[in-house]
Write a protein that binds this ligand. Structure first.
Ligand SMILES: Nc1nc2c(ncn2[C@@H]2O[C@H](COP(=O)(O)OP(=O)(O)OP(=O)(O)O)[C@@H](O)[C@H]2O)c(=O)[nH]1
Length: 343
C-alpha cells in the first residue's frame, strides 16, 4: 500500500439509494413445492456461496425445515476464497448454530466448476465423505424414523439463487455416474431454476443417492431491509450474483463493491481502472473505466435534440462486478468482518 492509499479515508456506511422489492411468484411456489417434497426427502443439502458464508442464508426457512430433517451444508465456489479461511468459517458457523436454530450436521467445501485438482477443484473423495456423513446420520438410532428406506437416500438441494445448485448436481452426477451432459439447467444469472425438478440420480454405489433440485429462494429480510446488516447482506448477495440484475441497478452493486473494497483497504481496483488513487465516488470510478475500456455511446438529448457521446457507466459497472465474480481481484471473502467480530 502506498502513502496515498494509507491516508485514504473510506466511507463509513453504505447508503442504499434505491428501493428494492423482489419476491417473484416462482419463489412463493418454490417454498410450497419444497414443503410438498419434504415428505419424500431424507436430508437437506443446503448449497451456499463460500464468499458469503454468513450473508443471505435463508435461516428462516431452514430453521423450520431443520426441526424435521437433518441439514448438510455444502459451501460451493470455494475456489474463490482462500483455503486458510475455511477453518475459521466452519468454527463460526458451528458457533452460530445455537442461536440461529439451524443445526448443521456437516460442512463440505466444493469447487464444482473445475474438476482439475490444480484449481483446488473437485475431489473424488468428496462424494465418499458426503455418503459417509449421510450413513453416520442414518445410523444414529434417533434418526431411524427420518429415513424412508435403507436402499437409497433422497436429498433435497436448497439454497438462494445462483449459488451453483445445478452445477453441483451436474458435477456430482458426471463424476459418479460418468454421465456427461447436464441433468439440470445452469445459468450465470440468478433465478434459472424455477420449480422443483424431477429426482436426479447422482450415485449408484455403495448406495443410490437421488437429489431434487429446487429454485433459489431469497432470504425474506431482503424484502424488509430493516437494518444496515440486512442491507449489507443483500448487497453482498448482489455482488455475488444471487439477486437478479433486473432488481438492483448495476451501478448500485458496483458502488457497494467499491465501498466494501475501500473498507477492507483493498485497492486493487485503482490500477485495474487506471487511476492514481482510491476514490469513494462511484461515478468518478466508472468514468475512469469508460475511458480505459472505451465504453461510450451516442445519446440524443430530449431537451435540445442534440446527439452527445456519453460514458456507458452501467456497462463499466457490470465489467467491474463480473471481474470480481471471476476472481480477477484474487480470492475474496466478502463476509470477512463476520469472522473479525468474534476474534
Ligand atoms: N467459480 C465458480 N463458479 C461456479 C461454481 N459453481 C457454479 N458456478 C457458476 O455459478 C453460476 C450459477 O450456477 P447454477 O448452477 O446455475 O446456480 P443455481 O444455484 O442452480 O441457480 P438458480 O437456478 O438461479 O437457483 C454459473 O455461472 C456457474 O458456472 C464454482 O464452484 N466455482
Amino acid at each position: 500500500m502506498n502513502s496515498v492509499e494509507r491516508a485514504f479515508i473510506a466511507r463509513s456506511q453504505f447508503i442504499l439509494k434505491q428501493k428494492v422489492q423482489w419476491f417473484p411468484g416462482h419463489m412463493r411456489k418454490g417454498i410450497k413445492d419444497i414443503g410438498r417434497t419434504l415428505k419424500n426427502t431424507d436430508l437437506i443439502l443446503e448449497v451456499h456461496d463460500a464468499r458469503i458464508p454468513f450473508s443471505g442464508r435463508n435461516l428462516n426457512l431452514l430453521s423450520r425445515i431443520a426441526s424435521v430433517k437433518p441439514i448438510l451444508l455444502l459451501m460451493n465456489k470455494s475456489d474463490l476464497i482462500n483455503n486458510k479461511d475455511k477453518c475459521r468459517i466452519e468454527e463460526e458457523l458451528f458457533a452460530r448454530m445455537g442461536s440461529n436454530n439451524v443445526p448443521i450436521k456437516h460442512i463440505f467445501w466444493m469447487n464444482s466448476l473445475h474438476s482439475n485438482p490444480i484449481y483446488g477443484g473437485y475431489d473424488s473423495k468428496l462424494m465418499t465423505t458426503i455418503i459417509s456423513s449421510i450413513e453416520k446420520i442414518a445410523n444414529v438410532g434417533s434418526n431411524n424414523n427420518l429415513f424412508q428406506t435403507d436402499d437409497h437416500y433422497n436429498l433435497l438441494v436448497m439454497g438462494i439463487p445462483n449459488v451453483g445448485k445445478s452445477t453441483v448436481i451436474n458435477r456430482l452426477r458426471n463424476v459418479f455416474l460418468q454421465k456427461s451432459g447436464k441433468a439440470t439447467k445452469i445459468g450465470s444469472l440468478a433465478g434459472v431454476t424455477r420449480s422443483v425438478l424431477e429426482k436426479i440420480k447422482i450415485c449408484d454405489n455403495p448406495k443410490k443417492i437421488y437429489l431434487y433440485d429446487t429454485p433459489g429462494i431469497l432470504e425474506p429480510s431482503f424484502h424488509r431491509l430493516e437494518t444496515n446488516a440486512d442491507i449489507e447482506a443483500m448487497m453482498r448477495c448482489a455482488v455475488c450474483g444471487n439477486i437478479s440484475e433486473k432488481v438492483l441497478e448495476a451501478e448500485l452493486t458496483a458502488d457497494y463493491l467499491l465501498y466494501w473494497m475501500n473498507k477492507m483497504a483493498n485497492y486493487q481496483y485503482v490500477e485495474w481502472f487506471g487511476m492514481d488513487k482510491p476514490t469513494n465516488d462511484i461515478t468518478e470510478l466508472l468514468t475512469y473505466g469508460a475511458i480505459k475500456f472505451n465504453f461510450f455511446e451516442k445519446r440524443r438529448s430530449m431537451t435540445t435534440g442534440e446527439t452527445n457521446i456519453v460514458p456507458q457507466l452501467s456497462s463499466v459497472a457490470d465489467k467491474f462486478v463480473y471481474a470480481f465474480r471471476d476472481g480477477s481481484f484474487g480470492p475474496i471473502l466478502l463476509d470477512e468482518d463476520h469472522l473479525r467480530m468474534t476474534k
